[in-house]
Design a protein around this ligand. Sequence first.
Ligand code: ATP
Length: 634
Amino acid sequence: MRRWVGVERHFWRMMWRSSPPLVLTLFVIIALRGLGIWLMVHASGQALEALTEHSDRVWFWLVLTGIGVGIEPLAEAWQAAASVALQRRMSRQQVMLLAEAANAPHGIAHLENPETRARFTEIEDYLRGMFGVNAMFAVWMVLGYAAIGLGGFVAVAQWSWPLALWTLLAFRLLHTSWTGYLDVTLRDLIEEGSVERRQADYLRSLPLDRGAGKELRLFGMTPWLLRRYAEVWTLAFTGVWRRRNRAVRGAFVGAFVTAAMLAGSYAWAGHAAWTGSLAIGAAVTVLQGLMQMAALGALGDINVQAIRARFYENEIRQLRACFGLPSGLSSRGSEAEEAYRNRSEGTGPDTRPRASVATRPAAAAAAVDVTDATFTYPSRAEPVFRHLDLHIPAGQSVAVVGVNGVGKSTLIKLLCGLYPPDSGTVRIDGRDPAVDDDARRRVATIFQDFVRYQLSLETNVALPLLALGDDAESVRHTADRALRDAAGTDVLTRLENNWDTILEPGYAGGTDLSGGQWQRVALARALSAVAAGAGVLVLDEPTAALDVRAEAEIFSRFLEVTRGVTTILVSHRLSSVRHAERIVVLGPDGVVQDGSHDELLASGGPYAEMFRLQAARFAAAGAGPIAELAGENS
Ligand SMILES: Nc1ncnc2c1ncn2[C@@H]1O[C@H](COP(=O)(O)OP(=O)(O)OP(=O)(O)O)[C@@H](O)[C@H]1O
């Protein structure tokens, strides 16, 4: 009971916060609907009574009946419009609340935790789905029905309180037993089998995915996929069906008892009319009132949606609580919500002060210090590395190499503060990026699996500047230079809508880029981040899709344009990494070699061996100028 009160209070508080005038308006409409029904039921009975008595008052009661009848459709339409407007505000608030929750932790471990991810996905699906979009409509419809039922209740109670209460009890029993069933269904849907359901959803979405669509055809995987989908889906729902079947029995028992109680109500009123203790007009009022009270019973779908609305609002609150966030939006979130409202409702431009955007970090190279760091992924038992030490002075260019899976990308994630080390420290200019936003913003990284935003070319390149709120002209200017420095000018010239082209063919006028072109765009984004004030630039295999010559050219150019910034480059192509001032070879037990390209070649060991192997491969393939590039120093 206390839980229910807490959920209800929170739900109404959030609704009130999203728009007090609309909530007040809706309450007025609801009251009007109850009044309208009572007027119709009561006045029509009185009109009949007056008619049988040939009284002049018949017209008076007929007019009131007409008013009562007229109120209902008008109020219903008004209620629908107001609840849809309220939904818009609630959705906006919920999206912001959820986004704040997703972004609250400094790292990304929560996004890799299967349970948390499932909860996020579930809420997001709800918000975007039909139930989420119609939630407010449903909530106020249920209240509207309650008002109608109450109107009927008052009309019956005017003749007999016990009959009104008895009938109310019957309908509440029906309502409670079906709500109990729906509650079980809902909880099952959310809390049980979510991971399996997410997997089933993923499998179902694969044939619609452009990338997966290619492989599905190539490998003839569709029949296997459908079989696997059926298996996972059945697994996800078997328990749900069993529980649902059990719960529906209670609902049916409730329905039978309600039917018996209602038969009693009608017999009661009928007997009174038969024996003459209920006059004809009052009998009409009571019978109509009993019928209107049916609105207090099971409401089916609408009720499910109203329950869902409360459930998910509470889910958002609980998810936020997991990350130490209050139930309402932070001041920054409220500011963003206000800007969103201004724009979506066309009430004005985004006039927020610039202070609400990210602050521009100081533009100077930053030192990187990893001291005695041990790190284990939350889902793993074995650490990726133990007691790792790496110190990079400000302004140095360092290449990190090592075999697959040795932990290069993991090290980069630690430098970005996406995970804290289990023990030891990671510092950027003496500050911990795992807890300090400003320290993290000093690190600009292009990951191996960099994001291909389905947005314009300009946004893809200039994202770090847009995050700072730079004006359009300087954004375009810096993006232009960054793309040029990343040797991506031809990407721009080939696009029909130039900077405004959406980099996704699923949009009108949109297009895709080749792997190499995407990498140039990502590199340009890294350069924009440097222009935005990053002091450490990390490139995690950013050029794997480029040919060897293009990669070598880009690196020498990159080191040129990023002079004055600390650069960390991860690559398997040793022909490229040798341009770095210093090369660090990672092994299972941490740094196994550290020095310049020449020093490492001269000292022998893993680096020299890897380099000779690569050079020999190119030479054997007769790669001509490429072999020259790789073998220059061998
Ligand atoms: N999110 C994760 N959760 C659990 N384990 C992970 C995660 N990401 C990577 N790993 C594991 O951590 C180890 C190091 O991975 P990492 O990606 O850092 O290697 P890498 O040196 O960058 O490899 P590559 O050269 O193939 O890119 C691997 O064993 C990998 O399976």
